[in-house]
Design a protein around this ligand. Structure first.
Ligand SMILES: [Zn+2]
Length: 611
């Protein structure tokens, strides 16, 4: 089910990132390299190292750099950089990572600086085999890509965001990264995190053609992999406009630095700069290690997890027991299917934090459920929650923006209330045929929306539970969060569009747990110790290779003005780069994550659960 966006020819390696269409939609692509050729293998022995579908691309480091003599001259370094980049392109070509772009158009606020005016969200899979294609997950839900993409900032121009454009800078140049097309100018050495880098400025050669990379690359100085790219593409046409990008890679597998984050920004708020576009966008990639399901896989990988009956004497199920078994089966099916689609993070440390909060609510409310409540993290940015059976799912983006544990308890209490009240959803997914769909149509095939009556009942029950819990004293911050969300909701419809669960707002008004806002203190941007909501990315770090999530470990940075608060906003990425090590990889999964406030100076803004 691959459909590429309108006007998009497979062979057309579009570099035009923001197409400014003067009149009609019809528009010819900027001239760009035609008929991209598969990149030639640079080393004969690499053919054997073609990453197989079976799990470990890890072991078979496709790069034989260790066998190569260290480069002696800068020219030799450049040759190695080019070789390694081609090696990466080859390594990633069988993979179809998930790519998510979240964009906020900006408007100038006298007090807060640039704030969101409206937003756009794209989620898809990238096919890195021949060129770079995106298949969008959200198609069918919106009335066509076209309407979804049109920004319409000025009367004169129509701006059209092309989601593919945001992911272009995962490579320098998919087809022609060589000395015929680029000049390399060595700039200096510089550390990015723990990694010492050589910095080069790249300019296209005179005859390189349109759409060539123009900017700076950072190359780690052991194996000469590019770890960061920053710049734009050169020589736009009249109708096409290339915007600027900052693209980061992480060393998540031995020998390879995997494209992970791309930040894009354009903006001009100088006096008189009217009708100019201004936006910030984050693109994240993950799911590199997701298996591409083939019909063959489905037959060979039948799971034979033990389902032994552990009851002392073999018994038949009572009707109620059968009902519960059935719900468990549906729950397991959905969790497994979402994980396989890269939409649910594997069980991990963040779940433990959520779990602790749920336990606190259960214990203080004497809730004793026949099956334990589990918690999982949805890997996507839009703010949403849902539950299926006894599993509560919270999105990465929602955890990101929560200011403290009290607001986390608020979020979880609503879903816990559904479970306590027996609002079971999803039992239809106990039928396994309902799990057989392609990843791209996950959102059309799964859904966990309650009727309004159940939503109201869950809110009421949740507030009861919160008031009887250790969080009773912390509901001010939860209410403040609702207030902040209410202020921004009309501008953030894409971030607030739930894809699997119920929306937390309706028509720009917060509906979920809205009663808490009434008793909360007034929102005051100038009060620097009042942190109502955090920027996106403040809490949760998603591993692009294996989809694991962990809590961001960062030193709090003091807030010095109202502009530093940036609630629900998009910011640049600045990951701390480090080299792959098995030690750090396993440490990351075993650390008992006791999170601290990620970006705020507020000591209260800690997510650590009260035990
Ligand atoms: Zn609900």
């Amino acid at each position: 089910m691959r459909k590429v966006m309108n006007n998009m020819n497979m062979n057309w390696m579009i570099l035009a990132l923001l197409a400014v269409t003067m009149t009609a939609v019809a528009q010819q692509p900027a001239s760009a390299p035609q008929n991209p050729q598969p990149v030639a293998a640079t080393q004969p022995e690499q053919t054997a190292a073609q990453p197989s579908q079976t799990q470990s691309g890890q072991e078979q480091s496709g790069q034989a750099q260790s066998n190569l003599a260290p480069p002696a001259t800068m020219d030799q370094v450049i040759d190695r950089v080019i070789m390694q980049e081609k090696e990466l392109i080859k390594f990633l070509s069988p993979r179809t990572p998930i790519v998510e772009t979240y964009l906020q158009n900006l408007t100038q606020d006298p007090q807060l600086g640039p704030i969101p005016q409206n937003d756009h969200y794209f989620l898809g899979r990238m096919d890195l085999s021949q060129s770079i294609d995106r298949a969008d997950y959200l198609k069918g839900k919106d009335e066509g890509m076209e309407r979804h993409l049109l920004g319409g900032f000025t009367k004169k121009f129509k701006f059209q965001y092309q989601p593919l454009g945001f992911s272009w800078m995962i490579f320098v140049d998919r087809t022609d990264f060589d000395r015929q097309h680029y000049h390399f100018h060595y700039a200096r050495r510089e550390f990015l995190g723990d990694v010492r880098c050589l910095v080069f400025d790249l300019t296209p050669t005179k005859d390189a053609g349109r759409g060539r990379f123009l900017g700076r690359i950072w190359v780690e100085d052991q194996n000469f992999n590019i770890v960061r790219l920053n710049g734009t593409y050169a020589r736009p046409t009249r109708n096409n406009y290339y915007f600027h990008m900052d693209s980061w890679r992480l060393n998540l597998v031995p020998g390879y630095w995997v494209p992970s984050y791309i930040y894009s920004e354009e903006g001009d708020f100088t006096a008189g700069a009217k009708n100019k576009i201004a936006f910030k966008a984050q693109t994240r990639m993950w799911g590199y290690n997701l298996k591409t399901a083939t019909p063959n896989d489905e037959l060979t990988n039948i799971r034979v997890d033990s389902v032994k009956d552990s009851t002392p004497t073999a018994q038949d199920a009572t009707p109620l027991a059968a009902e519960r078994e059935w719900q468990q089966q549906a729950e397991d099916n959905v969790v497994e299917r979402l994980e396989r689609a890269g939409l649910l993070a594997p069980a991990g440390d963040v779940d433990k934090i959520l779990q602790t909060v749920v336990n606190n609510l259960e214990i203080t409310n004497n809730i004793d459920l026949p099956r334990p409540v589990r918690t999982r993290v949805l890997t996507t940015s839009p703010l949403e929650t849902f539950s299926v059976g006894n599993t509560i799912v919270v999105s990465r983006g929602l955890i990101d923006v929560l200011p403290d544990e009290g607001s986390l308890a608020m979020v979880l209490s609503h879903e816990l209330a559904h479970i306590v009240l027996g609002h079971n959803l999803g039992s239809q997914y106990a039928f396994n045929d309902r799990m057989l769909f392609s990843d791209e149509v996950t959102y059309q095939n799964l859904g966990f929306k309650h009727i309004p009556e159940e939503e109201t009942a869950a809110d009421k029950k949740a507030i009861e539970m919160l008031k009887a819990s250790p969080y009773a004293q912390k509901l001010d911050s939860a209410g403040l969060f609702i207030r902040a969300l209410q202020v921004r909701a009309p501008q953030l419809s894409a971030l607030l569009q739930a894809h699997l669960g119920n929306n937390i707002t309706e028509n720009g008004m917060v509906t979920r747990m809205a009663a808490l806002a009434t008793s909360a203190p007034a929102l005051d941007w100038n009060k620097l110790d009042q942190i109502a909501a955090l920027p996106l990315g403040a809490r949760v770090k998603l591993n692009p290779w294996d989809d694991k999530v962990e809590i961001v470990k960062a030193q709090p940075v003091a807030i010095t003005s109202a502009r530093d608060k940036m609630p629900f906003e998009v910011t640049p990425f600045y990951p701390r780069l480090s080299r792959f090590s098995t030690a750090s990889a396993s440490a990351a999964t075993t650390t008992a994550a006791l999170p601290t406030a990620a970006t705020t100076a507020d000591a209260n803004a800690s997510l650590s659960p009260t035990n």
